[in-house]
Design a protein around this ligand. Structure first.
Ligand SMILES: [Zn+2]
Length: 206
């Protein structure tokens, strides 16, 4: 079962199974204590990051230490977490340049402690060893290494592969538009009835 934990504009999720639970995403660096309060008695066995952006990995290092659990993410997003700030903010891409325009406030929010994922996620990977019946779907586009988590109960957590700010949409920000659109089709055809997104309310998939 997926429970949405909302912290300002960002969501993280508790995925509870029969023998444990997984914390999916960790919001911003200043949300660690708040998240810890909600999940500390929930037998969390893994912190799973849908992708490497600061508002999803912000409290990963803090929570991994406090909960004493490993961090999992795709190898393909390792390059954007290297320095504890989003590489996308460095201004090498058109998007980066756009962000640079807003650089002061964005960079302040983009801070987080460096961490090292011990588990690297791949398409089809089962998460049973962490107590839940769910598997990984690779959903590239928003970032190269974006992954979703599909449960056997028909719920899917997709990070920023889709948005639901005012209404459900494809990712508003992306590294590769074509793969982003294919990933949205993959989500819609996944058999999931409810789509949980990083920003906004869950989306019904009908
Ligand atoms: Zn993102």
């Amino acid at each position: 079962m997926v429970t949405r934990l909302r912290f300002g504009y960002a969501n993280c999720f508790l995925l509870s199974g029969q023998d444990g639970s997984i914390l999916i995403d960790t919001c911003n660096y200043y949300n660690g204590e708040g998240i810890l309060k909600l999940v500390k008695d929930k037998n969390v066995k893994l912190i799973l990051l849908t992708h490497g952006h600061f508002d999803h990995v912000g409290s990963a290092q803090y929570l991994a230490k406090r909960l004493n659990v490993p961090i999992a993410m795709s190898e393909k997003d390792l390059p954007i977490i290297g320095k504890g700030e989003d590489s996308i903010l460095l201004g090498t891409t058109a998007l980066g340049k756009l962000f640079s325009f807003f650089s002061q406030p964005v960079l302040k929010r983009a801070k987080y402690s460096i961490f090292k994922p011990e588990v690297l996620l791949k398409e089809g990977q089962e998460l049973n060893e962490y107590g839940v019946n769910a598997k990984i779907l690779e959903l590239p586009g928003h970032t190269k290494g974006t992954v979703g988590v599909l449960t056997e109960d028909g719920e899917i957590v997709v990070g920023d592969a889709m948005f639901n700010m005012l209404r459900p949409t494809v990712a508003r920000i992306f590294e590769d538009e074509e793969s982003m659109r294919k990933s949205v089709d993959k989500i819609k055809n996944s058999g999931a009835k409810t789509i949980f997104v990083g920003h906004g309310k869950p989306i019904k998939n009908i």
